[in-house]
Design a protein around this ligand. Structure first.
Ligand code: LFR
Length: 467
């Protein structure tokens, strides 16, 4: 029997990739066939996404699959959360598409609190206040470009937009749209009353589509360009939700960190937890596959290392920075990685040094010292968050599953073991793409359900244990 292929397109804040998946002899096989750059561009002092470039790259990678003679049964796209496009009545994108690190949402928290109390809001959506969430971005639109919001007819999250670009069909997928901060944690659909209270247009939000639904076939123009037709699946299109699907444990009960640009640490939960403890602890209840909730905390993550590396003119690889950090692992300084100063600083090095100086701690200077401070601080935050999650859920965990590329940082893994006293299981490293593909494979009948797929992930991918 010839292989059936599934094409996962995973777009992160710094790069995108196309990975072809298949099931062979009961195991999941994958091979990366295309990779492209991404990043927020600076325009007029703002940070924006080049959506046109991303759309073209998605098509280019799909074409590559055809050229290789590996025509997929389906394709799906996942991206980061919270960002969106607005379409006018002719389905054209209105204005620039802002990136979540843009500063235009500064002050929007005050505006929001005038419209609704933050405790009440958390009770409705279960979504933690983060300056970059869609809700703040839409308020910034209301203040800064109201004409545009008036002309908007459709709201599409980033992956929704790419689905529309490929199929011509508009839909709002559940997992990604929960990151907006406008979805009701109880009903799993837009909270229309909240949208009304914020003064946002109702009609731009479409009814939510469950993750794993067929959106449609490719548009004829796209099919002609890539050289084949296939269906497009609305997978768990929020990258974090896809990553959590890849947990190599059929019960899905463990503690995870989806580790990439961000570190998203949490557990899978049947219901949203919106009590005061969860709110005060900085936890958010985002949508997961199968209507589950991913109760997690956003931790600044490897963004800090990525920024350090860039600032050092990419002279060191990630592995080299980890090694240099290891040599300085006793450097006695720690920063609060969730301090907003690290979200989009002009200089990450300067921001770390200032934070240390202000706390009266030794100031890291060399690349190794900076790497050590970042990794130790992340590990400390993971340990604190693990403790809080145990309190919150009343569950005990003895290990942390590191999902995604961040699990390859063995220095950070060792520090995490040291700080938390828990074992670390690292893998799969392409967690998000694996989750993306699993949603497609369940849709095509390759797996009965997520538990069966997770059991197969455990058989198919190497997981390294640190203890
Ligand atoms: C991870 C992620 C997080 C989200 C952040 C911003 O890539 O999707 O879950 O909070 O990016 O969108």
């Amino acid at each position: 029997m010839t292989n059936r292929y599934y094409l996962a397109v995973d777009i992160g804040a710094s790069s995108g990739r196309h990975i072809l998946f298949s099931k062979e002899n009961g195991r999941i096989r994958m091979s990366e066939i295309y990779r492209f750059e991404n990043g927020m561009k600076k325009k007029d002092g703002h940070r924006i996404w080049d959506v046109e470039h991303l759309s073209r790259e998605i098509v280019a990678g799909m074409k590559k699959a055809g050229e290789m003679g590996k025509i997929p049964v389906s394709v799906a796209v996942d991206t980061w959360g919270v960002d969106y496009v607005l379409l006018d009545e002719d389905d054209h994108i209105l204005g620039d598409v802002y990136g979540y690190r843009d500063k235009r949402t500064e002050g929007m928290d005050t505006l929001l609190s005038e419209k609704i109390d933050s405790r009440e809001l958390y009770g409705i959506t279960g979504i933690q206040e983060q300056s970059y969430n869609t809700i703040y971005q839409l308020l910034a639109d209301q203040v800064m470009r109201p004409d545009l919001l008036e002309r908007a007819r459709t709201f599409l999250s980033m992956p929704d937009y790419f689905g529309f670009y490929l199929t011509g069909r508009k839909a709002n997928e559940y997992t990604e749209c929960t990151t907006s901060g406008l979805v009701d944690a109880e009903s799993g659909n837009w909270n229309r009353e909240l949208i009304r209270r914020l003064g946002l247009p109702q009609e731009i939000f479409l009814d939510l589509l469950p993750a794993g639904s067929v959106l449609g076939q490719l548009r004829p123009e796209i099919a002609a360009e890539v050289g084949y037709d296939c269906s497009f699946i609305a997978c768990a299109s929020h990258d974090t939700a896809s990553a959590v699907m890849s947990m190599p444990d059929p019960s899905g009960k463990g503690l995870y960190i989806s580790s990439g640009t961000w570190s998203l640490m949490g557990v899978e939960s049947e219901k949203a937890v919106t009590d005061e403890e969860a709110h005060a602890g900085g936890f958010t209840n985002e949508g997961g596959y199968g209507g589950k909730i991913t109760l997690l905390k956003n931790i600044m993550g490897l963004w800090m290392i990525q920024s350090l590396r860039h600032e050092l003119d990419d002279r060191y690889s990630f592995a080299e920075l980890a090694k240099l950090g290891q040599e300085e692992s006793d450097f006695p300084a720690l920063v609060d990685v969730n301090d907003n100063r690290f979200l989009a600083p002009d200089s990450m090095i300067g921001a770390i040094q200032d934070a240390c100086r202000q706390k009266g701690m030794p100031v890291p200077e060399s690349p190794g010292q900076l790497s050590a401070v970042i990794c130790r601080s992340l590990a400390r935050c993971y340990a604190d968050t693990a403790k809080k999650l145990m309190d919150l859920t009343g569950q005990k965990f003895d290990s942390i599953n590191i999902l995604g590329g961040g699990g390859q940082n063995t220095f950070l893994n060792r520090l995490t073991v040291e700080e938390s006293g828990l074992a670390v299981n690292a893998g799969p490293s392409e967690a998000t793409s694996v989750g993306n593909a699993i949603a497609q494979m369940i849709c095509a009948g390759e797996f009965e359900d997520l538990a069966q797929a997770r059991a197969c992930v455990r058989e198919s991918f190497a997981v390294e244990t640190f203890s």
